[in-house]
Design a protein around this ligand. Structure first.
Ligand code: BGC
Length: 883
């Protein structure tokens, strides 16, 4: 039986408040049968869930497309729900019933839909330079028979809403961080069940957040503006067809809140004695409140929420209460995490307690905060004197494993503290496990690196005074991220901010959203995020629209490079971070030994090659030809500059060989020599890496792609410094910024640049999914429409098991080796995809000649056969190979 399931609109299940004019629909096929492919589909869009009022029908479309099908012909109106359903036909002569109905609902699409005004607290309530958070409220009467109600809202700063005393929604850090001068997200909430006939009240608390709080390490604030403000509009639809609107204006009232200070980096200061119980409820006495003031700000930047919001995604119970040698009381949560601590406390009114956050204890076991640099990461709470008081902050987050308690009484209990994990709530889609516990811990650390650094924007680190959208780090890690979570909406939002903040000449700021100085832009391997990020989303999710949307930004970046220096085919001018933190750096330098102009030209070639492919995907033939020619010219210039006539690379670092081989810059003899050189360098370093941010993500790929699989495994399994497992053996629960964040003797690398939660080196995750488990997609049929399963077992493992829930459904690749050496591979392929299974040892270039000792192929019943270790599968099924 064929079923259409898991309907999504713009990647989301029943999204509300979206503003996409031509929304895209994706679905999955469910079947027990093998080898099922879609041959046709039909989509209906209706005004009601019963589909009695059909707005649009695609008719039966002969097509195998089941992802990102555009709804082109529906005139989308504001505040409207559109129901849709899908039917599918398969190659088995089968057809499904209509799927269950799904929907999308629009938000306010036009600025003319808004009657609300921006409002803030007057100076009598919060003095202009004060740190305190304001409260805003409004009470209002409603008639009986409310059919439905929505709130559309956003803020300059951060907001938290309450309606009749209850929190609205489960999102945090709203409205999220975007390039606020160009784009500001609006959230939509369904509040139907929170309203009542008669008197109601709505309240909002505002915080400074990224808008006007401290950002960057140079003590900047008010980067986007100094006045925090709220814009809110509630629509109430009654059963009788009438509509009412409650909107922010000067009739709202303002007061000061108990939040005396809230800052992303510094934490929160809260005086519970200032609480006003019932402040967001009807009947609250607000006569002492002042009238809110209008804030001048337009509406032209408003866009609907794009990525999944930040939510609470988990709770962590602490594992130990520690008295440190210095006599301090410290709690260990056992996991370097990002979010905050919820705690219970008892004590006298007016007494104050503090919580400090740290990632590590020092060599002596004392609490260590120096690597937080100027971030104060302190929660300061003044008690009101209730029996038990529970508190958690709201407009700040911390990256920590340990907390230090100040001012708590002697009887503190571990059970009074809970770690609340917060990050962008994207669907988890990948798993990887293998027979080695240390590698599994490394996987865990990679995943926690992602969780901690995907809090609305992809950040370098979540703890010190940075937490910025460093382009280089994002570019290095994105492919790994696509295997762990569906990161398409997350990076779509960020890519739009990149385009918004891009310089007129195509230069790309070091961080997105850009909060650094004018000069801080366009380092090679950082700015290339403009091209690599959209291309990677296309590869992982088959998302062609992201390429269309970002195309001019991608082009602008390549043309920026073209304009640098005298030679349009080399990039040898300007500032570059180089192979950041490479271990072949000169003493006291952060920059690895690989020449910066070498890296710059290599990435110039790489970005141009991706742009050429993008042009081809988008059917821009002339552009594709232009970039193909440009690419050839860059490679020629690179060869002249860096490759001797005899084929030797003039830059002899690991990273130099890796980039040349990964980006396909060498041919024939020169290629062989680069592989040989890389192996020579490996031997010299006793099979340890010396690569930094730029070389590390590609190192193992290059080795396994060039016949050096054993060396790739050897690197991965090293346990002494420098290696991925070194930090695991030192107790890491996330990925470190430095290979030697904690040295052999227990001392720290340095205090000024030493994060213990930096995802960049977690890019090895990509190799584990793509080579160890062997799950990959095909550039020609991106988004896993055509799947490669090419596991490459290493001697150190007896099994590995990877899975990936793609837009088509779940892929699985699990291999195992029995004691007697017999191998088994279990493969699961979702419907409506094809797959090429390449068994270990088969050489896909020379399929016909190679000989795999293949003994039997079990459980294969339809189209496929195994020839010399390669099997072609079409459609759904579970397949088992033994040899
Ligand atoms: C960040 C990095 C970033 C780098 C630029 C650092 O401060 O933490 O991850 O890419 O600056 O080189």
């Amino acid at each position: 039986m064929l079923e259409v399931v898991d309907l999504r609109c713009e990647y989301k299940v029943n999204p509300i408040g979206i503003d996409v004019r031509r929304p895209r629909i994706s679905w999955k096929l469910k079947t027990d049968e093998r080898a099922v492919l879609q041959t046709a589909y039909e989509i209906e869009v209706a005004a009601d869930a019963e589909f009695s009022r059909i707005i649009w029908s695609s008719g039966k479309v002969e097509s195998d497309q089941s992802t990102h099908v555009e709804i082109v012909d529906v005139q989308i109106a504001s505040s409207t729900r559109y129901y849709y359903r899908v039917k599918s036909w398969s190659n088995k002569g089968d057809s499904s019933d209509w799927s269950a109905a799904a929907f999308w609902e629009t938000g306010l699409l036009h600025t003319s839909d808004w009657s609300a005004h921006w409002i803030g607290a007057p100076a009598e309530v919060i003095a202009e330079d004060a740190e305190q958070s304001p409260l805003l409220r409004k009470s209002f009467e409603l008639k009986a028979d409310i059919r439905q109600a929505r709130i559309y809202t956003t803020a300059l700063g951060l907001y938290e809403l309450e309606l009749n005393g209850a929190r609205v929604g489960d999102s945090y850090f709203t409205p999220g961080w975007t390039s606020y001068n160009h784009r500001l997200q609006v959230q939509t909430y369904d509040v139907t069940s929170m309203l009542q006939e008669g008197e109601n009240a709505i309240g909002a608390m505002l915080g400074k957040g990224w808008y006007s709080g401290n950002l960057g390490w140079q003590d900047q604030k008010d980067i986007y503006g100094s006045q925090i403000a709220l814009l809110l509009q509630m629509h109430i639809w009654y059963e009788d067809g009438s509509v009412e609107t409650i909107a922010t204006d000067e009739q709202w009232l303002a007061s000061a809140s108990p939040v005396l200070m809230s800052e992303i980096y510094h934490g929160e200061t809260y005086d519970a004695r200032l609480e006003q119980p019932g402040w967001s409820e009807a009947g609250f006495h607000d006569s002492a409140w002042q009238q809110a003031v209008r804030v001048e700000r337009g509406l032209s930047q408003l866009v609907a929420q794009e990525n999944e919001p930040v939510r609470k995604t988990g709770e962590i119970k602490p594992i130990a209460l520690i008295q440190t040698p210095k006599g301090e009381t410290v709690i260990d949560f056992g996991q370097n995490m990002v979010g905050w601590v919820r705690f219970r406390v008892r004590g006298d009114a007016g007494s104050t307690i503090e919580i400090h956050h740290a990632e590590v204890l020092d060599n002596d076991g004392n609490f260590y905060m120096e690597n937080m640099r100027s971030a104060k990461v302190t929660i300061c709470y003044t008690l009101k004197g209730a029996d038990v008081e529970t508190y958690e902050p709201r407009f700040t987050f911390q990256g920590f494993r340990y907390i230090r308690l100040i001012g708590f009484d002697a009887g503190v209990q571990l059970g009074d503290f809970t770690g609340i994990v917060l990050h962008s709530d994207m669907p988890a889609i990948g798993t990887f496990e293998c027979s080695d516990p240390l590698i599994n811990q490394l996987q865990h650390n990679i995943e926690w690196g992602l969780k901690g650094n995907f809090l609305d924007v992809p950040t370098d680190c979540p703890q010190r005074d940075e937490r910025l959208g460093w382009t280089g780090d994002a570019q290095m890690f994105i492919r790994t991220a696509t295997y762990l979570y569906n990161v398409a909406p997350f990076f779509t939002k960020w890519s739009r901010d990149l385009a918004a903040d891009q310089l007129e000449n195509g230069g790309v700021p070091f961080v997105i959203p850009n909060v650094l100085s004018k000069e801080s832009h366009s380092s090679s391997a950082w700015g290339d995020a403009a091209v690599i990020v959209p291309w990677t989303l296309y590869m992982a999710y088959g998302d062609q629209r992201i390429l269309e949307e970002q195309y001019s930004s991608m082009k602008a970046w390549v043309s920026y490079i073209q304009q640098q220096g005298d030679n349009p085919f080399l990039w040898n001018t300007g500032f570059h971070f180089g192979d950041w933190l490479g271990l072949d750096a000169k003493p006291d330098s952060y920059v690895g030994a690989t020449d910066r102009d070498y890296i710059a030209t290599a990435f110039y070639a790489y970005s141009t090659s991706l742009l050429q492919k993008t042009a081809a995907v988008l059917g821009k033939t002339e552009d594709a030809e232009y970039y193909a020619k440009l690419y050839a010219d860059i490679v020629a210039a690179y060869t002249e500059e860096f490759v001797t006539p005899a084929g030797r690379l003039s830059v002899s670092t690991q990273t130099a060989q890796v980039l040349a081989l990964m980006f396909g810059l060498l041919q024939g003899k020169a290629k062989e020599r680069a592989v040989a050189k890389l192996m020579e360098l490996m031997e010299e370093s006793k099979f340890h890496l010396t690569t930094g941010f730029v070389g590390t993500p590609y190192l193992n790929h290059v080795l396994s792609d060039h016949g050096q699989l054993n060396t790739a495994y050897r690197l991965l399994f090293q346990q002494d410094y420098p290696s991925w497992l070194y930090q695991v053996t030192k107790g890491a629960t996330t990925i470190w910024e430095h290979w030697d964040g904690i040295r052999e003797d227990g001392s720290f690398w340095s205090k000024d640049m030493n994060s213990y939660n930096h995802y960049a080196y977690g890019a090895i995750g990509d190799w584990m999914y793509r080579c160890v488990a062997g799950i990959d997609t095909d550039e020609e049929k991106a988004g896993y429409k055509h799947i490669f399963v090419r596991p490459q077992p290493g001697d150190q493992l007896s099994w590995a098991d990877g899975s990936l829930n793609t837009m088509y459904g779940s892929i699985r690749s699990k291999w195992s080796r029995a004691e007697d050496g017999a191998m088994e591979l279990l493969v699961v392929i979702p419907p409506n995809t094809t797959a090429t299974i390449v068994l270990p040892g088969a050489d896909s270039d020379k399929t016909m000649e190679s000989e795999i000792p293949l003994q039997q192929t079990e459980g294969i019943s339809s189209v496929e056969q195994v020839e010399n270790g390669v099997s072609m599968l079409a459609g759904s099924g579970e397949y088992r190979f033994t040899w």
